[in-house]
Design a protein around this ligand. Structure first.
Ligand code: PD2
Ligand code: ZN
Length: 315
């Protein structure tokens, strides 16, 4: 371990907070490390060793060093803090094109998607990019999706990071199934509607997944993109590259609980039959702030249909 890393470890331990609150003391220490020429990777490692969550540590470094750069101004900002901040920024994967609905406020709240009216209930431009749609699916379409999927439900699996296969996971206590793309006339119609709404090729969509949550079931916060550091990811990316967008459609209105939450930004989306939440992520990185989860269902059942979109053709 280099000398700067040792210093970093000691200093981070001194400023550690079990509740992961980024204090002024920690920000001061991050700036000191950068200005002493400590590499951002070493600072991050030291913070992780001291018990900081990686995502919180990365965010704290980025925010602190960007703020320091602004404080120093354009000319003075060419010192070591600037270099360190640039290095943090450069470690981010490049941004890629993402699905994006054609919507501006001046259009009014109703968007016509091939004759099907969809209501824009909320639009957040970035960090995270999120839109909430009312009436993306009709009540009959929701009921049909539930009926068609029910006989094929099995305990949900999530991606096994080591192999790229799938495994049953305690973080996801729902039952689910996948439709093939275009498997039924209804699926085809809904997929075409989504492709048009979010301006993304039909061929880039994975097959729609249906999930049923019973009381107590939840989907703990996660990112929908595949983490590039996991060994199984390369295999998954062979089929169309990264995921770049998600549409979660609510097929019923649960009696209690079941909201879709974005805990980093305090956003809670109420599950309402026929409505949907859309979000996109232009890099496979927590800086997109797309960490999201399905809160526990407290009464009744919750049914959703999820459409994930890839960078390229999914086959
Ligand atoms: O059911 C949900 O609310 C939910 C939450 C988080 C679904 C997904 N993620 C998903 O299907 O990716
Ligand atoms: Zn998700």
């Amino acid at each position: 371990m280099s000398e700067t890393t040792t210093q970093a470890t000691q200093a981070t331990q001194a400023t550690q907070h079990v509740n992961q609150t980024v204090t002024d003391e920690l920000r001061k220490w991050i700036v000191e490390q950068a200005e002493a020429g400590c590499r951002p990777d070493d600072v991050l490692e030291a913070m992780k060793k001291a018990g900081w969550d990686e995502e919180i540590a990365l965010d704290a470094m980025e925010d602190t060093l960007r703020a320091r750069l602004d404080e120093l101004g354009p000319r003075k900002g060419r010192g070591s803090a600037a270099a360190a901040a640039a290095e943090v920024a450069e470690q981010l994967p490049p941004a890629v094109p993402v699905p994006n609905p054609d919507y501006v406020e001046s259009m009014g709240p109703l968007v016509d998607v091939d004759g099907h009216p969809v209501r824009v209930l909320m639009s957040m431009a970035a960090s995270p990019r999120v839109m909430i749609f009312g009436g993306l699916l009709s009540d009959e379409e929701c009921d049909q999706l539930v009926a068609q999927s029910q006989p094929r439900l099995a305990r949900s699996e999530t991606v096994d990071n080591a192999t790229g296969g799938s495994e049953v996971n305690a973080a996801r206590t729902s039952d689910g199934m996948f439709f093939e793309r275009g498997e039924t006339a209804l699926i085809d119609k809904i997929e075409k509607r989504i492709a048009k709404l979010v301006n993304w090729p039909l061929q880039n969509g994975e097959g729609i997944q249906i999930l049923r949550y019973r009381p107590g079931a939840e989907y703990k916060p996660h990112h929908d993109y595949f983490d590039p550091v996991h060994p199984g990811t390369a295999r998954i990316l062979e089929r169309g590259g990264q995921r770049v967008g998600t549409v979660v459609m609510y097929l019923n209105t649960p009696e209690g609980g079941g909201a879709t939450t974005f805990p980093e930004v305090g956003l809670v989306v109420a599950p309402v039959k026929g409505n949907a939440v859309f979000f996109s992520y232009d890099k496979a990185h927590p800086s997109t702030k797309t960490l999201h989860g399905g809160a526990p269902v407290t009464a009744g059942e919750k049914w959703v249909a999820t459409k994930w979109m890839r960078e390229g053709e999914f086959r």
